[in-house]
Design a protein around this ligand. Structure first.
Ligand code: NAG
Ligand code: NAG
Ligand code: NAG
Ligand code: NAG
Ligand code: NAG
Ligand code: NAG
Ligand code: NAG
Length: 762
């Protein structure tokens, strides 16, 4: 059964783009600050410093919550060649500014410079130890090639070259330091293939030295085999230094000068202005928004773009005959693959997620269509011959180190919402409305032509493997039909994890959200066929499928409940289930008390009466005619405080649902059972915006709800940002408080599109 290994055997989708200028990535996904090349086994440069948490000093390196930074993130970032990050560690503020530059003579991704500025909050009483900083800047060849220590390491007055070397993709390179501030300098060389725990080696070296010389300083040793060089700069705060990386033809003094000191200051402020201008052009935020909201909007965009990373490795695929194996040994490896992807959250989800990506790109394409297509192309290249794409990309040892075991294996029987079609639909719409230049439109067509076979493959995979028993009925595979632990067996493949479905998973199920995703995909493929003039070959089939899936009568027959006035899933269901503590006998062990599901009534085939995000999918897909009374019912459900409405956005699940805010197991708190999520709120707003502009009896009502919902969402996310320093994964439906992962600048960044009122316009 080799076919799981095979990719499409087609030329890569993304390299048609030749986005060479994107080949250096400021990779702050895993780390507080790191620069890498967008190739496997690349050259890596990064920053560490010593900080203190609860009186204990530790090395800051990997981006993690336990370091307890008060706030951090990119206040600006253009996704290409400029970014500015602020990190607040206790009383100390570090700023890292990044500039990439394609100078005459530079090779591959170009030259770059990083400015590091450290300041203290002078208003606070600061202990002597905190008045100085130990910065550690390193450069590493992941492929293991030895690096040369520069002469600057011995004597700063003459020459400030810290290190140099040769790398296959960039040729010769060198790293220079430039600062006017006083500092003490030390260094050390290491040989290791691992970057993620480099701080352990550095700390060990410092420990040994401290015992020897009684000071916190590196050993000033390195040998011919070192593939990592670490430079320690110890200085009084405030301190400022520029680090410059040159590639290609070296030894041009002007190039260094232009990337350091006053010249760097000027170039950074030009970039900052460019960013502000482009932000204004792209989002055209209206004057009614206050400056706090605008600043947060820039941070939302900056962090989304600053959260784009490059990954390389092999996914682990569960063997098809044993879908429930959790042990991790029954898998095969996918082919080694590259992924360029925006991550949902640097500290918590530092890897690619398929369904999140579509929402990320709704924002990114409006900022930079090239970056967007590059990312979509990478995802499509991950498709196997069946048309399946693994939904969570855990590529490489570093990514693996952050994932709970149960989520590691990818199941080739299970899907994930094809959200990339949301983006392609928007992009095609914008071609039609002439938003792009002719060259851009042409580039997009070339890309779509290259991508078309894969997009079709993707659709067909869903249309065959996830179809249900009835025509136009679909269901998410992968629910556990044997568990007795879960209140309502999870539907991870849908993206909505614990959102309640039929109590008893079966092949009779029909999932409303998947049906609507299928409509989107068919409709989008039809538009692409038209655009590429493939109409005769392919267009007709998509047209008829899209027509079938948008048939209002059929939709209502299959999913509408007259009593509730709501759209529901269908399946083998009873409301009479509950979790109770029971004593479970065990072989070779003591009995234990566990939460077990009790079923108090025989399930039957019926509509599944939970009102929430899934119920609103037909509205999001604009399948309800503007004149229909059903539209009014949907508006009622949205605006009713007893069901979905709160002052902070719409709940994921109605207060009236039998599993509202219920735990799924002892260890599984409610996730999509009440809290407010931005991706779905964005789609609902987009639909309300649409209905508030279509002629019909409910137009005014839609407009009122739209305005209120939009204001609530913006106010709450902005308020939380200023109170806590962070943008959050979800928001509590009672008080509006940020919840879950913080610095979640994946789809929560869609709040910027909400501020800008940018939705699908076709
Ligand atoms: C990595 O090293 C191997 C052997 O040492 C070499 O063949 C290969 O070209 C190197 N790769 C890069 C990216 O430098
Ligand atoms: C770093 O991590 C790797 C595995 O990821 C491990 O083999 C190695 O021993 C670790 N090194 C240190 C210094 O902890
Ligand atoms: C920007 O928004 C204003 C209204 O706030 C509008 O009048 C103007 O046309 C918009 N400009 C662009 C370029 O969309
Ligand atoms: C669970 O689903 C599998 C696959 O569809 C099926 O073979 C099995 O009979 C089902 N088990 C129960 C208890 O329904
Ligand atoms: C999707 O599947 C249905 C049912 O098998 C089929 O009638 C339809 O033609 C398929 N659509 C496409 C575009 O392949
Ligand atoms: C519904 O689930 C129950 C319990 O598993 C089962 O006995 C019954 O056959 C199922 N009904 C249908 C129509 O699948
Ligand atoms: C709001 O929803 C509750 C619960 O379903 C219902 O009892 C009430 O009548 C609804 N209110 C309005 C104004 O529709």
């Amino acid at each position: 059964m080799d076919f799981y290994y095979e990719n499409y055997g087609l030329t890569s989708t993304y390299d048609v783009l030749q986005n060479l200028h994107l080949y250096i990535v400021i990779d702050t996904i895993m780390y507080w600050f790191v620069v890498i090349l967008r190739t496997p086994q690349s050259l890596v440069a990064g920053l560490m410093w010593i900080g203190s948490t609860n009186g204990r000093y530790s090395m800051r390196h990997v981006c993690q919550d336990s370091d307890e930074l008060k706030t951090y993130g990119w206040t600006e970032h253009n996704g290409r060649d400029y970014g500015h990050q602020v990190l607040v560690d206790q009383e100390m503020t570090l700023q890292t500014s990044f500039l990439k530059s394609k100078e005459h003579g530079s090779s591959y991704g170009g030259d770059w410079a990083v400015r590091i500025e450290v300041e203290n909050d002078e208003a606070k009483l600061i202990e002597e130890m905190s008045r100085s900083i130990h910065l550690f800047f390193y450069v590493a060849d992941e492929n293991g090639s030895a690096l040369n220590l520069g002469s600057g390491a011995a004597d700063f007055d003459d020459d400030s070259i810290l290190a140099s070397g040769y790398q296959r993709d960039i040729g010769n390179w060198q790293l220079q330091l430039n600062t006017e501030d006083e500092f003490e300098f030390h260094y050390s060389g290491f040989r290791t293939p691992y970057i993620h725990n480099l701080s352990d080696l550095v700390q060990a070296n410092l420990g040994t030295q401290a015992r020897k010389v009684g000071r916190l300083q590196l050993s000033d040793t390195s040998d011919d085999s070192s593939n990592i060089l670490v430079f320690q700069l110890s200085a009084r705060i405030p301190f400022k230094a520029d680090i410059i990386f040159l590639s290609g033809t070296l030894a041009q003094k002007e190039r260094v000068i232009s990337l350091a000191g006053a010249s760097l200051t000027n170039r950074l402020s030009e970039k900052q202005k460019e960013f502000a201008d482009k932000f204004q052009r792209c989002f055209n935020l209206s004057d009614e928004l206050d400056s706090e909201s605008v600043t947060m909007g820039k941070a939302a965009l900056g962090n989304l773009l600053g959260g784009i990373g490059y990954f390389y490795g092999r996914s682990k695929i569960a063997l098809p005959d044993s879908p429930n194996i959790k042990r991790g040994d029954n898998f095969i490896s996918y082919w080694p693959a590259e992924l360029y992807s925006a991550v949902p959250s640097r500290p918590f989800f530092p890897r690619g997620f398929l369904w999140d990506e579509g929402f990320h790109q709704l924002l990114i394409w409006r900022w930079d269509i090239h970056i967007c297509l590059d990312i979509i192309g990478h995802w499509l290249d991950l498709m196997n011959v069946d048309g399946w794409i693994p939904r969570e990309q855990i590529l490489g040892a570093e990514a693996l180190s952050k994932v709970p075991e149960e989520f590691v294996l990818q199941h080739p029987t299970n899907g994930n919402p094809p959200t990339l079609f949301l983006v392609l639909r928007d992009v095609i719409c914008s071609i039609k409305t002439n938003t792009f230049t002719a060259a851009e439109s042409n580039g997009i067509s070339v890309f779509l032509d290259r991508a078309f076979l894969r997009l079709e493959g993707w659709f067909k995979w869903f249309n065959t493997t996830q179809s249900g028993k009835s025509v136009s009925g679909y269901f998410w595979h992968g629910r556990d039909n044997t568990t007795t632990r879960e209140l309502n067996p999870k539907t991870l493949s849908s993206g909505l994890d614990d959102y309640p479905r039929a109590s008893h998973p079966s092949e009779d199920e029909r999932h409303l959200d998947l049906r609507c995703w299928m409509h989107l995909a068919a409709d989008c493929l039809q538009s692409i066929s038209e655009l590429l003039e493939k109409e005769n070959e392919h267009g007709k089939e998509y047209k008829s499928t899209a027509k079938l899936l948008s048939d209002f009568e059929l939709l209502n027959q299959m999913h509408f409940d007259d009593v509730y006035g709501a759209y529901f899933d269908y399946g083998n269901h009873t409301e009479e289930v509950r979790l109770t503590w029971q004593v479970v006998e065990k072989v070779n062990s003591y009995p234990s008390r566990e939460l077990i599901r009790e079923v108090l009534e025989k399930p039957v085939l019926r509509l599944v009466p939970h009102i929430g995000y899934v119920s609103l999918f037909p509205l999001m897909s604009r399948l309800i005619p503007p004149g229909s009374w059903i539209l009014e019912k949907q508006l009622d459900l949205i605006s009713n405080r007893s069901t979905l409405w709160t002052n902070f956005g719409l709940r994921s699940l109605s207060k009236t649902s039998s599993v509202y805010m219920k735990r799924n197991t002892e260890h599984d708190p409610p996730y999509w059972r009440g809290p407010i999520w931005m991706n779905m709120n964005y789609r609902i707003l987009s639909a309300l915006h649409y209905y508030s502009r279509e002629d019909g009896p409910y137009r005014e009502q839609a407009k009122r709800i739209y305005d209120d919902l939009r204001n609530n969402l913006i106010r709450n996310v902005v308020g939380n940002y200023y109170q806590t320093g962070y943008i959050w994964e979800q928001y509590d439906q009672q008080k509006g408080k940020g919840k879950g992962a913080r610095l979640f600048t994946g789809w929560t960044s869609l709040v910027l599109l909400i501020m800008a009122e940018k939705y699908n316009e076709c």
